[in-house]
Design a protein around this ligand. Sequence first.
Ligand SMILES: [Zn+2]
Length: 76
Amino acid sequence: MPKWAVFRCPGTCSTVYRLPLSAAHTPHWSISVDWLGRPSCSPSINQKSACHAHFWIQSGTVQQCRDSRCATSPAR
Ligand SMILES: [Zn+2]
């Protein structure tokens, strides 16, 4: 069981996120992987310090929230 999810911001700022997955951390995130190996995470990731990206990952695809300010594509 991995303890951290580490990935780069889907926006243009190239911030590297380190999200704790352990329930010992507050807050923490949960990652699930479907039978095709595509990860999903919850809750959404809201970067308030550097780039204001707000997104989540669903079936391996980054979904930008409407209020994200670090989007590379129009918010859906
Ligand atoms: Zn960003």
